[in-house]
Write a protein that binds this ligand. Structure first.
Ligand code: AHG
Ligand code: MN
Ligand code: MN
Length: 336
């Protein structure tokens, strides 16, 4: 018999034991996120059979058409964290305003921000999807948090991560002590530590971007993409393109193998598409903890001072050297 697998439960208990002051609340929170992942993975596997593909007919606060699975994923989060005793506020891509959970107060000191279903254009075509989450701590003694308490810089996150529903379901997270990946063993319904202390290569060979937007990008961004496609043995070019339309899946590939993901600003839409608080910030924390970087093109993502829950931001994320070269092109320090 091989070594007994380290399950998420066991891993969390061991880590908690190393922190004598820990109350166990963070461990319970991660276990509940794992539960959300199991429930959503189950829904996604059967989606084509239980009539939950397609649109709801509604539009969310982003002005985007809401898929039935977006709504189901959001409801799953809310149901799992209501009465959990762990979380006092939730903010989601699919909810116009953050929601307080008074039944968990004053015990639940965590605030959870999430993209319940990322890559939802992939729902109807059996392609990968994800869930992205960011965890903040609320220190306030004056009652439940107001909306502005959730609008914090990425450096204030206490933990962050994502679930990825691909050929297997994975939970990847950091609480500021490295990045660890767990793979769901569907036979026993447990997450098993499969990728301990992930380190992103300092440079990669892959880029991920929706190049259909090429003519909407700034000249510097376009020059960077042209640069990646040129032939140059010394710098390992040309890079290969890999783009799934699911941010979590595309960043997952780059986290493991290196390279760069870009969703830049556009000349008519400089803020880009992706949301700072529950897409860019959590992935930036994960990638930074693994030794990589995330930038807007001019500023570190984790240092951006947010002003609104649903704020958008350009995102350039991945291997340290690749992100730095991208910044040089975007800032027109380099033209090559
Ligand atoms: P969401 O499904 O949560 O709205 O996010 C979609 C995001 C992201 O996952 C992906 O990288 C990007 O939008 C894809 O956008 P394009 O279709 O414009 O490439
Ligand atoms: Mn998303
Ligand atoms: Mn989404």
């Amino acid at each position: 018999m091989g070594a007994f697998p380290i399950t998420l439960t066991r891993y969390i208990i061991q880590k908690q034991a190393a922190h004598p002051g820990a109350t166990g609340e963070f461990s319970a929170l991660m276990a509940q996120i794992g539960l959300v992942g199991k429930m959503l993975a189950q829904d996604l596997r059967r989606a084509g059979l239980i009539h939950v593909l397609g649109l709801t007919g509604k539009t969310n606060v982003q002005g985007e058409a809401v898929k039935k699975l977006d709504e189901i994923a959001n409801e799953t989060f809310v149901k799992v964290f209501q009465h959990s005793g762990l979380v006092c506020a939730l903010a989601s891509e699919e909810m116009e305003k953050p929601v307080n959970l008074p039944e968990n107060w004053p015990h639940g000191k965590y605030m959870l921000l999430f993209d319940p279903l990322d890559g939802s254009s992939n729902t109807d075509v059996n392609m990968p999807m994800g869930t992205i989450f960011s965890i903040l701590r609320y220190e306030g003694k004056g009652g439940l948090p107001s909306e502005s308490e959730l609008v914090r810089k990425g450096t204030e996150q206490v933990a962050a991560g994502y679930l990825m529903y691909g050929s297997s379901t994975m939970l990847v997270f950091t609480s500021g002590q490295g990045v660890h990946g767990f793979t769901l063993d569907p036979g026993v319904g447990e997450y098993v530590l499969s990728h301990e202390n992930i380190r992103i290569p300092t440079k990669g060979k892959v880029y991920a971007a929706n190049e259909g937007n090429y003519h909407r990008w700034s000249v510097g961004t376009r020059r960077f993409l042209d640069y990646l496609k040129e032939r140059d043995q010394a710098t390992g070019r040309p890079y290969s393109t890999r783009y799934s339309g699911c941010l979590a899946a595309d960043v997952h590939r780059i986290l493991l193998g290196g390279g760069i993901y870009l969703y830049p600003g556009e000349t008519d839409k400089p803020e880009g598409k992706l949301r700072l608080l529950y897409e860019a910030n959590p992935l930036a924390m994960v990638v930074a903890q693994a030794g990589g970087r995330a930038s807007t093109g001019t500023e570190n993502i984790l240092d951006v001072k947010p002003t609104a829950v649903h704020q958008r931001v350009p995102l350039i994320i991945g291997s340290r050297e690749d992100v730095t070269v991208a910044e040089d092109f975007i800032q027109e320090k380099r033209r090559d």
